[in-house]
Design a protein around this ligand. Structure first.
Ligand code: IMP
Length: 205
């Protein structure tokens, strides 16, 4: 099918998980930053539109097949926020900020929810793979993961909202789960499993 795949993301947490999820395949995985792909605008209000834009952008700049993951945290009591704005919920970080972008986003979420007792939320992920920039048949797969937003940080692994998101089944936050387990049960893991199934079917058609 193809031997190289560009990953249309600069998020180190995502790159680590996507590389792990794709490790059984015989494909060379290349982060877009290795090929000097400039940051892509994400102006849309849906995950799927942003994912398509990122995948096309990476493929355009590299001439290679590209995989994008657009994902985020959707909190029921906040009508789906932070949603597509998850990465920059607290506004873009200033270069001299003492806190990381993730810490500022998490602090804002804790503050917004300080008086809210309904704490259900889910992570959502949509993956889009294009074989070339204007591929009319992008391969698309999605996944989600239900949980509860805690009132304080727990755990040190992972990225983003992981320390605040409690998985109902394991009773652990995502930041307390090893990568192998997160990859099996997460929104990203589910989306990737479906994407690989679709790819497998295509190669047998
Ligand atoms: P994107 O790069 O525009 O798709 O934004 C993704 C953002 O959603 C990340 O920066 C995190 O804030 C959040 N997010 C997505 N997936 C995860 C996850 O697995 N754990 C924690 N936060 C996540």
């Amino acid at each position: 099918m193809f031997s190289k795949l560009v990953i249309a993301s600069g998020n180190r947490g995502k790159l680590r998980e996507i590389s792990h999820l794709l490790s059984p395949l015989q494909i060379e995985i290349i982060p877009q930053s290795d090929l000097n792909v400039p940051e892509c605008e994400e102006p849309y209000c849906t995950f799927i539109e942003n994912a398509l834009a990122k995948a096309r952008h990476a493929s355009k700049h590299t001439g290679l097949p590209a995989l994008a993951d657009d994902s985020g945290l959707c909190v029921d009591a906040l009508h789906g926020a932070p949603g597509v704005l998850s990465a920059r919920y607290a506004g873009k970080n200033l270069p001299n900020s003492l806190l990381t972008q993730d810490e500022r986003n998490n602090d804002k979420l804790l503050l917004e929810m300080s008086k809210i007792s309904e704490r259900h939320a889910h992570f959502y992920c949509v993956m889009v793979l294009v074989r070339f920039e204007n591929d009319p048949e992008p391969i698309i797969a999605e996944g989600s993961w239900q949980g509860i937003i805690l009132r304080e940080y727990r755990g040190t692994d992972g990225f983003g909202y992981d320390p605040l998101f409690l998985d109902g089944k394991t009773e652990k936050t995502v930041a307390e789960l090893p990568l192998e387990i997160k990859s099996r049960i997460s929104h990203r893991g589910h989306a990737m499993a479906k994407l690989l199934q679709k790819l497998g079917k295509l190669s047998h058609d």
